[in-house]
Design a protein around this ligand. Structure first.
Ligand code: PEP
Length: 247
């Protein structure tokens, strides 16, 4: 499978004009890249418009609700994302787990909803400072994948994002990211099979930039990257993509 580079714009940029310009600049910067799958996850507001203009770029949501519809003020369903042109959805991001109280049970329901809507879930897992990486990863994976069959999760993407490295200047060392990657594969093998573990992309996220991006691909054996802050600077993001495409 192609390497995956996913941009999480979070609640940025501030205006539609800036968002449109950023999207166009990224498109321009990566137009010669064929061998990578690029996914941009903008705020919901711009998703439909971008999906129409995306060409080879894929579009993703940053969250979805577990129900298909109903009295859930401020929420958006997986079906709505899919109908708007999204192919992916980020679920279980640490900012939602920690600031909005998302539990593994909630994330499990959201993954089920996303799969039903034919979206590809990007499940974020990772330990906080002072937590034991293995315990956190095993707990989060078992909780998020509860009652999901091997057949259902064949399109899953897992993003290893140590919480302390997200939106900070402190990226994980490629060695620790490698051990997290191998441990995630071990848990997937235990829960499902070696075959499924080998074909499930694990990507790294947490203070990725154009300088460190390739290390996570080569040294940590990651299948791709989830990029927050650096995806808001078109030149830096395009450089990350170009560097990974040459790696
Ligand atoms: C993220 O938001 O998932 C992320 C990895 O952010 P940053 O690249 O800014 O650390």
């Amino acid at each position: 499978m192609d390497k995956l580079i996913i941009a999480n714009w979070k609640m940025n940029p501030k205006t539609s004009k800036e968002a449109g310009e950023l999207f166009l600049a990224i498109k321009e910067g990566i137009k010669s890249i064929k061998e990578l799958e690029i996914v941009i996850c903008p705020p919901f507001l711009w998703l439909k418009e971008f999906a129409k203009e995306a060409h080879s770029i894929k579009i993703g949501g940053q969250n979805c609700h577990w129900e298909a519809g109903g009295a859930f003020t401020g929420e958006i369903s997986a079906q709505m994302l899919s109908a708007a042109g999204a192919d992916y959805v980020i679920l279980g991001h640490s900012e939602r787990r920690h600031f909005l109280g998302e539990t593994d049970d909630i994330i499990n329901s959201k993954i089920k909803a996303a799969l039903k809507a034919k979206l590809r879930p990007i499940l974020c897992v990772g330990e906080n400072k002072g937590e034991e990486m293995h315990i956190v990863l095993e707990t989060q994976l078992m909780g998020a994948l509860k009652d999901l069959s091997i057949n259902q999760i064949k399109n899953l993407v897992i993003a290893y994002e140590p919480v302390w490295a997200v939106f900070s200047d402190e990226a994980s060392s490629p060695d620790s990211a490698l051990s997290a990657n191998l441990f995630i594969k071990k848990i997937l093998t235990k829960l499902y099979s070696r075959f499924l573990a080998d074909r499930t992309p694990v990507v790294y996220g947490g203070s990725v930039n154009a300088k460190n991006a390739v290390d996570y691909i080569l040294k940590s054996q990651m299948q791709g990257l989830l990029v927050g802050g650096a995806s808001l600077e078109s030149a830096e993001f395009s450089k990350i993509i170009q560097n990974v495409s040459k790696a």
